[in-house]
Design a protein around this ligand. Sequence first.
Ligand code: SF4
Ligand code: SF4
Length: 261
Amino acid sequence: MDTASQLNDESQAFLDALPELAEGETFVFACNESVPCFNRCCAELTLPLTPYDVLRLRRHMNNIDSEVFLQTYAEVRTFPETGFPLPLLKMQEGPGAPCPFVTPGGCSLYEDRPGACRTYPLGRGTKMGENGTVVERFFIVREDHCRGFDEGKRRTAREWLADQGLEAYNASNDRYMRLMAMVKASGKPISSRMATMCVLAFYQLDKFRDFLTKMQVPDKVELSDERRAALMEQDEALLDFAFDWVELVLFGQCPTLRRRK
Ligand code: SF4
Ligand code: SF4
């Protein structure tokens, strides 16, 4: 079994074994420099990076070249059931295998830290509901070393998500999940060629923008002037387009992007 399938199976088994936090139920938690375990959770992690995580991390690093980013900070694996790329954040080599972004004062890119770091100590399980909606469940991840539960503010899962600025992360990740669910339901993983294209479209937005221009892709689809301008200027709009475009290429149709006749 490769790391990616282990990751899928283990993540699901891990979530299933955790206590669920029901809608409206609250938990007490606080994490700051004064906790005795400060930074303990920022090491030895198997941390998958979503396309939106990479968008935010690269932006924090002054839009570092995406190839350099992936080579330096990620190890790209593959989701076995769908063939989609799965970059894992590379921990540092050496004692304790710390995250490359942890410092004695905490996370060096806190405002742009990945969604999984924001969500912790909650786990968010998602599945497709009716009419393309996403059904969420929340779990408490209570690890022995984590003293954050000893005291703090009482919040529901939704209040925690809002406090941690997760709205944009979850919206983008859920869009990606819908695409992956469609491929999974088709029973046919994407080809390795398409997987390479997905690395470009989802994780290398700088180079994907150049590709779109070179291949004149915006001329081949129906785009409002507004959307066309936005995808050339804003990475969020470009990533949104990337999901639609990959869906169009894979399935021949996409409700939010049509080929020009
Ligand atoms: S990205 Fe930041 S919050 Fe996440 S593990 Fe690394 S140091 Fe910790
Ligand atoms: S282990 Fe828990 S309380 Fe300690 S730094 Fe990490 S999240 Fe905060």
